[in-house]
Structures are given as structure tokens and as C-alpha cells.
Write a protein that binds this ligand. Structure first.
Ligand code: FPP
Length: 235
């Protein structure tokens, strides 16, 4: 099975804090640089004609960070959306957010909704931003949705299969990620897309997110192009 290029790349953007502290700078500085890297990677992925990109921006567990850091990240998300949405839109990017929006500020929720509405008809890169996202929450939320549909007689419980669950997850009918990249040196998944990455190729790199660039991305694509994907069968 030949797989030259992935259709869907997912990224755990780790290492902003360490990158900043290596330079004796504030964590805010690291996250700001991280946002610039995210912007550059969206461009690179889009230019490479990859159809789906999912970025892990804030996990359910990130709520446990100090209040000051959480609020600076929230203002950074608002600021980035305000500054970037027009360019994303003109580059034909369709943006969607995945995660539990309930605890996000009204202002941020409005910006997210506005960005989704504005780009809904775009046909270029499908960009998913995971904000207040956790895969265990995602699976639980999908199960609750399925139970409600069964109770309301919209779904026969005997018909529930893997596709039913997949379609109720936040990524809906988007294809599963082919390649997952994690920067920052840790080799773990941290509650990201657990159901969807059952057969995803995993690429871990030591470089910290703010220094992730076209060359590192191209290393990840090279790694991917050499994988033999068998999806559990013998090919
Ligand atoms: C991990 O670095 C990064 C985050 C928790 C936040 C990710 C946010 C961005 C990259 C910026 C904005 C992105 C978008 C899509 C607008 P860390 O703080 O865990 O780093 P550390 O492990 O070195 O402390």
C-alpha cells in the first residue's frame, strides 16, 4: 500500500514553555511564538495540498494550569483568531473547533462561531483546532449523543457500529489522521483523539514547537512516506 502523502495530519504542539525558559523569556513569549509557528504550519500544510490538519491548542487538562497562564492562552486564542481569520478565509481554509466549549468565555465562543460560519463554504484545507478538547470527553459525549438518539427512537440500538460512534465524535466524518506529530520530546498522546488514531503513524520529534518549521515538517512527511501501513492485516 503506497502512501506518499497523508490526507490528515494531527499535531500536538508541545514545548512553548521550555523554548521560552531556555531564552530566559516569559511563557507568554513562548506561546506567542508558538502561535506564529501554528500560522506558518497552516500555510505549509495548505501549500502541500494536505486536506486536513488538526492542531491540539488546549486540552481539558490544561484548565489545571495556573489561572494566569490559562487566561493568557485564552487571550492569545482570541487575538490570533481576530488577526488571522481574514487571511485564512481568503486562503480558502475551512476552520472548525473541536472540544467542550462550555467553559470558554462568551467572547471566545462568539469568535469561534463567527470563524466557522465565515469559512463554512471554503473548499481548501480543513483546519480543526482542538480547544478545551480531551479524547475521553469526546468519546463520552458521543456515547451520550447516541443514547439520546436511541431513546428518541431515531436510532435502533442494534444498528450501532464503529461508524455510529465515529460520526458522533468531534471530527465527525473527517478521515482519521494518517500522521500524528508531537514536538517537544515527550512520547505520549495526552488524551488527544484516542479513537481516531487507532492506526495513525506516530512521529515524535525533540524540537520544541516554536522552532518547528518546514524542514521538520518535511522530515515528518519523509518518515510517513516510508511507513508500510497494514491496518492490522497482512499486505
Ligand atoms: C504546549 O507548550 C502548548 C500549549 C499548551 C498551548 C498551545 C498553543 C499554541 C501553540 C499557540 C496558539 C495556537 C493556535 C492554534 C492559535 P507547553 O506550555 O506545554 O510547553 P512546555 O511543555 O515546554 O512547558
Amino acid at each position: 500500500m503506497k502512501n506518499i502523502k497523508p490526507d490528515h495530519v494531527a499535531i500536538i504542539m508541545d514545548g512553548n514553555g521550555r523554548w521560552a525558559s531556555n531564552r530566559k523569556k516569559s511563557r507568554r513569549y513562548g506561546h506567542k511564538k508558538g502561535a506564529t509557528t501554528a500560522k506558518n504550519i497552516v500555510k505549509i500544510v495548505s501549500t502541500n495540498k494536505i486536506k486536513y490538519l488538526t492542531l491540539y491548542a488546549f486540552s481539558t487538562e490544561n484548565w489545571d494550569r495556573p489561572t494566569k497562564e490559562v487566561s493568557l492562552l485564552m487571550s492569545l486564542f482570541i487575538e490570533t483568531l481576530e488577526n488571522e481569520i481574514d487571511e485564512l478565509n481568503s486562503n480558502n481554509v475551512k476552520i472548525r473547533f473541536i472540544g467542550d466549549r462550555e467553559n470558554l468565555s462568551k467572547k471566545l465562543q462568539d469568535k469561534m462561531e463567527n470563524a466557522e460560519k465565515m469559512t463554512i463554504d471554503n473548499t481548501g484545507l480543513n483546519l480543526f483546532v482542538a480547544l478545551a478538547y480531551g479524547a475521553r470527553w469526546d468519546i463520552l459525549n458521543a456515547i451520550k449523543g447516541i443514547v439520546t438518539r436511541v431513546k428518541e427512537n431515531q436510532l435502533d440500538e442494534l444498528e450501532i457500529d464503529e461508524n455510529t460512534l465515529s460520526n458522533h465524535l468531534q471530527l465527525g466524518n473527517a478521515p482519521d489522521p494518517d500522521l500524528l506529530i508531537r514536538t517537544g520530546g515527550e512520547k505520549r498522546i495526552s488524551n488527544f483523539l484516542l479513537w481516531n488514531i487507532a492506526y495513525t503513524e506516530l512521529f515524535f520529534c525533540d524540537c520544541l514547537w516554536p522552532e518547528f518549521n518546514e524542514e521538520e515538517f518535511s522530515n515528518a512527511l519523509d518518515f510517513y512516506s516510508k511507513r508500510k501501513r497494514r491496518f492490522g492485516s497482512f499486505v
